[in-house]
Design a protein around this ligand. Structure first.
Ligand code: PA5
Length: 439
């Protein structure tokens, strides 16, 4: 298969054979725990088989909604936060042109996001855009009670109803939520929205292959069946294989736990193409929320190179040695751009003539990896053959599976997030929410 690969040559002075073989037993045990559902958080393991469990009926419904709403909306607002937002954005931004907002020839609506911020100016500006554009909405919340998307939806629902009237606004609204519970579920039933269900046994940050991710990704014009095929193929490898050579998730989980035990408490996910910025954001949530608990866990951080080599590059090269780096490397671009010839060569870059930009970028990447390794940063490289739906499906499943076994190896519950409640309680008390008054 056209598959992602892990390269470990810039780890050799930090990780040895003995480290690898001694942690292997722990990983096998963690994997067994994950697959037989005997570990902490086992009510939330629905994502493991998800790539094979999306029904033809669900895919058909998504296609129908995409067709209907693409016909009448230029903008599609995706309302959600955390796991109900980042997966869709990661895939869409990896695939779409950086300049899509300036292109208006697409058959599909342009996706904008809401519910991930409480910034007043953001909503003012969004409403200005929605005033002058035809739009539709997906409001996504598993609990159906999260404050940020609830606030955003109330503002946008009111705008839609004024713009289109209640009935047409309802036809332009999709709710993705719990099958039975939550305020969003109740609003959706009462208003007659088309509802997609988030399975009970799939937690937010593992839900990108449910309608949470699939509907917005399809609405943006991308092939969700191809995405699922990538995830299915990676699932087979992750579930069936145990060796480091055959199962990249085992290898990744092993390396990060070994490095963590040797004092590397921060993992930097570095990319060399800006399209992958939101893959990093999704990855940070996946690992940060799954592993950062009980006083433990690698802190996930991300950088976009070469941009950040001119800022944070200094710290990585020369600062505290608390990190390791995982470089997300893209082998092949979708398009070619060549460097034009200039006889005068005043900029001194004629030595690059005949090279593609990707060749130059790959040399920047290799140069960076070598420099960071020399500066005592362990560097792991994940190579993706290209950025398309099939490969992104693989990458998503690979990171999810590795996260599950890595979390169990760390001996935490990778599927809960008790820590995110603390800010909510304070915010509710400060805002005077009934039931949260100060004692
Ligand atoms: O991974 C998680 O569980 C969280 O990030 C949630 O997805 C996030 O808090 C949003 O929750 P909800 O979908 O219930 O609105």
């Amino acid at each position: 298969m056209n598959t992602i690969k892990l390269y470990t040559e810039h780890l050799s002075k930090f990780v040895n054979e003995r480290d690898m073989s001694s942690i292997h037993k722990e990983l096998i045990e963690a994997k067994r725990t994950l697959l037989d559902g005997s570990g902490l958080g086992s009510d939330f393991l629905g994502w493991v088989d998800l790539p094979n469990n999306v029904s033809a009926e669900e895919l058909e419904n998504i296609k129908k909604d995409v067709k209907t709403l693409s016909g009448k909306a230029k903008i599609f607002v995706v309302i959600g936060i955390g796991g109900s937002y980042l997966g869709a954005r990661a895939v869409i931004e990896a695939l779409q042109s950086e300049f899509s907002p300036f292109e208006n020839n697409s058959e599909h609506p342009y996706i904008v996001y809401a519910g991930h911020t409480l910034s007043e100016d953001y909503y003012y500006q969004l409403l200005q855009l929605l005033d002058k554009s035809d739009y539709a909405v997906a409001v996504i919340s598993k609990s159906g009670t999260t404050t940020e998307p609830a606030v955003a939806f109330r503002i946008i629902k009111s705008h839609m109803e004024q713009k289109y009237g209640k009935e047409e606004a309802a036809r332009r609204t999709i709710a993705i939520t719990d099958a039975r519970r939550g305020a969003l579920h109740d609003i959706a039933i009462q208003s007659g929205y088309h509802i997609y269900v988030i399975p009970d046994n799939v937690g937010g940050r593992f839900s990108v292959l449910t309608p949470v991710g699939l509907l917005p990704i399809a609405m943006a014009g991308y092939d969700i069946e191809k995405l699922l095929r990538g995830a299915q193929d990676m699932r087979k490898v992750c579930v069936d294989k145990d060796s480091y050579e055959e199962n990249p998730a085992m290898l990744y989980a092993a390396l990060r736990n070994i490095l963590y035990r040797k004092g590397r408490k921060v993992e930097i996910l570095a990319n060399f193409v800006p399209h992958l910025k939101y893959i990093s954001e999704w990855w940070k949530q996946l690992y940060g929320e799954s592993e950062g608990k009980d006083g433990k866990g690698i802190m996930p951080h991300s950088l976009s190179f070469t941009t950040d080599l001119h800022s944070m590059g200094q710290y990585v090269q020369d600062g505290e040695r608390l990190m390791f780096e995982t470089v997300l490397s893209v082998a092949k671009p979708q398009h070619e751009v060549s460097i034009p010839k200039d006889e005068q060569n005043l900029d001194g870059i004629n030595y690059l003539l005949g090279k593609t930009l990707t060749e130059i970028n790959h040399n920047a990447e290799l140069g960076t990896i070598m420099a960071h390794y020399d500066g005592n940063v362990p560097v792991l490289r994940i190579e993706v053959p290209s950025v398309d739906e099939y490969v992104l499906g693989q990458l998503i499943y690979f990171f999810e599976f590795a996260c599950g076994i890595s979390g169990y190896t760390l001996k935490v519950n990778p599927f809960d997030q008790p820590g995110v409640e603390a800010y909510k309680k304070n915010m509710f008390r400060l805002l005077g929410k009934p039931g949260y008054e100060s004692k």
